[in-house]
Design a protein around this ligand. Structure first.
Ligand code: SF4
Length: 220
């Protein structure tokens, strides 16, 4: 392979670590997280700002080797915004080829069309409380499969009402799983649970398991 070809297969990686999946359908499974550097968004509540700029370049083979060493069946590619690096698509494909259960956490602002269909895509819908709701890429909704999930982080009662209306307006509950999470330390989990029950919403309430276990500790 030429030097240029090798360069084209590199990724800037913030961290690779081993933890329990804290969210979405694979919650509780031992999972290797590959956190890629960089994000074009600036959500008000972001808890991974350390991934905006810091990271080292690795070729895809070395990333795959690091993942393999943890001896886990689940891998989650996250960020930052992992799709901001085009080689993320190759990484996802190769992880699937090696038989891992692969999930992708993405902001919902970038095109998900080219993501390998074997990947479970967890796509954010940015609420007004994030200050990034103008970035939601509505065209992504038509691309969602049953194994994908849309995630709303609810920062207030206003965010909850907005999300309820957004689900109705775009017919989203028919497309894939819908996750509602309370924004950590902003909305009482109990209040959000009560709102969902009161409105009989067809959504799945979730708490971030890793935050309950380890708080904001990076690499967990
Ligand atoms: S999309 Fe994710 S990583 Fe990017 S600023 Fe928002 S919360 Fe942080």
């Amino acid at each position: 392979m030429s030097v240029d070809a090798v360069k084209r297969e590199r990724l800037r990686v913030n961290e690779i670590f081993h933890s329990l999946q804290g969210e979405a359908d694979s919650v509780g499974f031992r999972t290797v997280f590959v956190r890629l550097t960089g994000c074009p968004l600036r959500c008000r509540y972001c808890d991974t700002e350390y991934a905006f700029h810091a990271g080292d370049w690795h070729d895809l083979d070395s990333v795959l080797e690091s993942v393999r060493k943890f001896d886990a069946t689940h891998v989650c590619v996250t960020g930052g915004e992992p799709l901001a690096q085009p080689n993320c698509l190759k990484l996802l494909e190769r992880l699937c080829d090696r038989g891992f259960h692969v999930s992708l956490e993405t902001s919902g602002a970038l095109d998900i069309a080219a993501v390998d269909t074997r990947v479970a895509r967890v796509v954010d819908v940015k609420t007004p409380g994030s200050h990034e709701s103008a970035r939601n890429r509505i065209e992504n909704f038509d691309l969602l499969h049953a194994r994908d999930q849309l995630k709303f982080v609810i920062c207030s009662r206003e965010d909850y009402d907005w999300s309820k209306e957004f689900l109705r307006e775009h017919g989203l509950t028919q497309r894939c799983g819908i996750l509602f999470s309370p924004s950590y330390s902003e909305v009482s989990p109990t209040a959000l649970a009560e709102w969902i029950l009161e409105d009989r919403l067809p959504v799945r309430f979730q708490l971030q398991l890793h935050k309950i276990l380890w708080g904001d500790t990076p690499g967990k």
